[in-house]
Design a protein around this ligand. Structure first.
Ligand code: ADP
Ligand code: MG
Length: 459
């Protein structure tokens, strides 16, 4: 019902919104410029020159779909780690038989490396017990480790850099499989043999391509963001080893792409992070930062007396780092009721009892602006990679996407598709985005199967 005596929005709102829309805009031209920059950074990264894209070769190509057996997979993301038991039928079907999710504690993330790997070993121990797995047998385990790693073999690699708020000491520069094995030994777990180390992007792509040969790209939009794709070996100039196959999957580490325009809010997010100056693209796009970035915009609006004018508690409710999260934005974006009742409920829960209709719609609109940029940037990055592989867009490309931001943020996927259509017109139909749930863990198990087949281990 229209309310005739509704207070008008505070003066200055329109200017503020139009200024923000400008700041956070990514026009079609901007996207085209970004694609050029992306290609340049990709080229440098592949040839071994300094680049914001590390372009890390994995040791594997796509699976054939014939891999089979039972495998354990361990998926260390950023917020959670999951243990999975996976069965591969050899006919392109991979099934998760059991899964358990653990939240990674702050202590584990930011304490010592030993604490982190002990925490993981405890999770594995609990999973073995819960699923009554015989400790006298031997289980091949694939380790999905979602951080930049210089892979030295199919089951070994050194951590190059922590990202996503992790700072655990004594891990950078070390082989993470060795550290996991040490922790398993400390716990007395001898039934596990780590047979593959896989990045989550690779896992996500492999999980889909096991049954779908058109899948040639994997993307993560969760705590962090990253992607991998299938590259011709001859295009990877820095790879001198001729033993490799014709194609190899490349973990791009695109979260570090740095040719992006930062707003003052982005600079604040960066300055308050544990890795200032690094991972710019990730800080503009991913779930770990999007809520915080939006919180800074909200605080700015509150301080300018454009939002929650009649609610003195608002500044306190949003006044500290971490008080507004990406999941809160999702909840707000989901509210399609005329009176924004769910937004109201959310605010009440935060102690904000006096919210005008303007406050609610304004809050929702501000979230749309920051989340909209995230989706546009994600889409532009996807387009960069597809157009690198196939400049004329002649073939079909299935892009496997994993991560809670993509899965749960309302309209995120449609936002990405809209930008792909702007960039590629009708040919955008050839790019198919599919959600590959738990793909990062499932795919790792498939890589473990490839490794097991090669080394004669039985899964
Ligand atoms: P990981 O990246 O650790 O593997 P996920 O892919 O599950 O884990 O992503 C978790 C991240 O997703 C959280 O850090 C949070 O930023 C974001 N997130 C969680 N819930 C939601 C939601 N409902 N909507 C959008 N983003 C969410
Ligand atoms: Mg993940």
């Amino acid at each position: 019902m229209a309310c005739t005596n509704m207070p008008p929005p505070p003066a200055g709102c329109e200017e503020f919104v139009s200024c923000l829309e400008n700041l956070f805009s990514l026009s079609l031209n901007d996207s085209r410029g970004m694609i050029k920059d992306f290609h340049e950074e990709m080229r440098k990264g592949l040839s071994g020159q300094a680049s914001s894209l590390k372009m890390l070769p994995s040791f594997v190509d796509r699976p054939t779909g014939k891999e089979r057996g039972n495998f354990l997979a361990l998926d260390l993301g950023g917020t959670n780690f999951r243990v999975l038991a996976v069965q591969l039928d050899g006919k392109g079907c991979a099934a998760v038989q059991a899964v358990r999710k653990f939240a990674v504690s702050g202590e584990a993330m930011q304490g010592t490396g030993e604490q982190l790997f002990d925490f993981i070993a405890d999770g594995i121990d609990a999973f073995l017990t819960e699923n009554r797995m015989k400790r006298s047998s031997s289980f091949p385990l694939a380790f999905t480790f979602s951080f930049p790693v210089a892979q030295t073999g199919i089951a070994s690699g050194r951590l190059l850099e922590w990202t996503k708020g992790f700072t655990a000491t004594g891990v950078k520069g070390r082989d993470v499989v060795g550290l996991l094995n040490d922790a398993l030994k400390r716990k007395g777990i001898s039934c596990i043999a780590v047979s593959a180390l896989v990045n989550d992007t690779i896992g996500t792509m492999v999980a889909r391509s096991y049954g779908d040969p058109t899948c040639d790209m994997g993307v993560i939009l969760g705590t962090g963001t990253n992607a991998c794709y299938r590259e011709k070996r001859l295009k990877i100039e820095k790879l001198k080893d001729r033993r490799f196959r014709k194609y190899i999957m490349i973990n791009m580490e695109w979260g570090n792409f740095h040719k992006v325009r930062l707003t003052g809010y982005d600079e604040q997010v960066d300055g308050a992070s544990v890795n200032p100056g690094a991972m710019h693209f990730e800080k503009l796009v991913s779930g770990m930062y999007l809520g915080e970035l939006t919180r800074l915009v909200l605080m700015d609006a509150i301080e300018r007396r454009l939002l929650f004018l009649h609610e003195p508690k608002a500044a306190g409710a949003f006044g500290q780092k971490g008080l507004f999260r990406t999941e809160d934005m999702s909840l707000i974006a989901e509210d399609e009721t005329t009176d924004l009742l769910r937004v109201e409920g959310f605010l009440q829960h935060r102690g904000i009892t006096v919210a005008t209709p303007h406050d609610k719609t304004f809050l929702k609109h501000l979230c749309e602006i920051t989340a909209g940029r995230s989706a546009r940037l994600g889409a532009t990055a996807i387009s960069s990679v597809i157009s690198w592989m196939d400049p004329e867009l002649k073939d079909r490309h299935t892009v496997a996407v994993d991560g809670t931001l993509f899965e749960k943020y309302p309209h995120f996927k449609t936002g990405i598709i809209a930008v792909l259509q702007e960039l590629h017109g009708a040919k955008a139909e050839k790019i198919l985005l599919v959600h590959s749930k738990d793909g990062s863990g499932l795919g790792a198990a498939i890589v473990a199967a490839v490794a097991a087949a090669e080394s004669g281990l039985n899964g």
